[in-house]
Design a binder for this molecule. Structure first.
Ligand code: FMN
Length: 389
């Protein structure tokens, strides 16, 4: 008998044990709250970086960290070649950066303030902490490689960490509330409770696996956004999308977006402008969207407009703006092809060009025209459905 077969351990599938369904697995592990990092490296004069939550400290003598990278990731291959990586631990204000580095793309660093360490590793500005590691060993697990790295430098600053919990970025304390708000909003906009019927708080709470009190608070907040309204007995009903409601929501978006352009476009930094341009290019690169990537397409389009609102540098304003997004409600009514027409993606190059040349009047007009265009499409759907969706 060879030593190999003597020591071979048999696992799961080999033993004929049941394998957990992938969707169920993702949902369950999403309950593990983690911090968020961007793992970066450089290779052959190019910078690489990806959003990573699978990071852990490993030993303190010697100081070691591990990161788990999918073999399909470009950063994975670059770390394998360079043999070094930096772990940038994000602060609570860096949710947008986490989203941006979770996408594929060659120019993720454009518009992102960073410096290069003596080891040549990109260190992002505004992070909570950074560790630089040199790869000691690797191991393979499923689709991932585990890079075990010796820590050669470590630095921390004060601040709040960015947390990731059940698919949502946030501040650790607010992660549960955010998960309840976003899940309940999705439930309402997807009309999981049909119009004119009371929303069963316990059913929503069970579906979201959250406490009913959190769902109740989310409904109170959604009432202030006119997406639900209170009925007798303390419950809530979904509020139908009517022409008036659509007018109000889209008008509020125009007011915020054009107001920000008016006050902040001229003084915006080059980095902010590059950020807007990059998102605009990413949206256009996804056209034509298909049924499969429609959700990502809509999310990216929202990110693009949010980046314009973000020129004001106010998290409150940006999150207020994002709360006016009702794309989900049209999700069931439009086909993927119709979406592209309704979104008016063709307006994007004009908006971006005006933003880049800091042309306030043209940028405002282009934004207004795109939103008016989207609004007209929404109103057609409402009219075709007898005045309510
Ligand atoms: C919150 C969050 C955590 C992630 N964690 C990991 C991770 O631990 N390992 C990994 O390989 N990818 C992770 N990803 C996915 C990568 O960021 C994503 O696949 C990215 O597009 C890879 O980019 P690259 O090909 O340029 O390296 C995560 C994404 C998000 C949003």
């Amino acid at each position: 008998m060879t030593p190999d077969t003597q020591s071979a351990v048999r696992y799961g599938a080999d033993l004929g044990l049941p394998v957990v369904d992938e969707a169920a697995f993702r949902n369950v592990v999403g309950h593990f709250a983690s911090g968020v990092t961007i793992v970066t490296t450089s290779d052959d004069d190019r910078l690489y970086g990806t959003t990573v939550s699978a990071v852990s400290s490993l030993s303190s003598e010697p100081p070691m960290m591990l990161v788990c990278l999918n073999r399909s990731s470009a950063t994975h291959d670059a770390v394998a070649r360079s043999g070094r990586y930096a772990i940038n631990i994000l602060s609570s204000a860096q949710g947008d950066l986490a989203r941006a580095f979770a996408r594929k793309g060659d120019d993720k660093f454009a518009g992102v303030t960073h410096s290069l360490s003596p080891l040549g590793l990109p260190l992002l500005s505004g992070t909570l902490a950074a560790l630089e590691c040199v790869v000691d060993e690797t191991a393979t697990g499923g689709t991932h490689t585990i890079f075990l790295g010796r820590v050669v430098s470590a630095e921390a600053r004060t601040g709040e960490p960015l947390a990731y919990y059940r698919g949502t970025f946030g501040n650790l304390e607010h992660a549960l509330e955010t998960a309840a708000y976003e899940g309940t909003r999705e439930w309402v906009l997807r009309r999981k409770t049909p119009l004119h019927q009371p929303i069963d708080i316990d059913a929503v709470a069970t579906a979201l696996r959250l406490e009913p009190a959190l769902v109740n608070n989310a409904l109170i907040r959604l009432a202030t956004e006119s997406l639900v309204h209170g009925i007798a007995g303390g419950s809530y009903e979904p509020t139908p999308m009517t022409v008036d409601l659509v007018d109000n929501l889209y008008d509020a978006r125009v007011t915020i977006e054009t107001g920000v352009i008016e006050s902040y476009l001229e003084g915006a930094s080059d980095e902010q402008i590059i950020g807007v341009r990059r998102l605009g290019e990413q949206v256009l690169a996804m056209v034509p969207a298909t049924a499969d990537n429609l959700d990502s397409f809509l999310e990216l389009n929202l990110d693009y407009h949010s980046a314009i609102v973000d020129l004001a540098g106010s998290r409150q304003l940006t999150s207020g703006y994002r709360a006016l997004n009702i794309a989900t409600v049209w999700r069931q009514t439009y086909q993927a092809e119709a979406w592209q027409r309704q979104m008016g993606a063709a307006f994007l190059p004009r908006i971006t060009a005006a933003i880049e040349s800091r042309d306030v009047a043209t940028a405002q007009t282009a934004v207004r025209e795109q939103i008016e265009f989207v609004k007209a499409g929404a109103k057609e759907v409402i009219a075709a459905r007898g005045g309510q969706v």
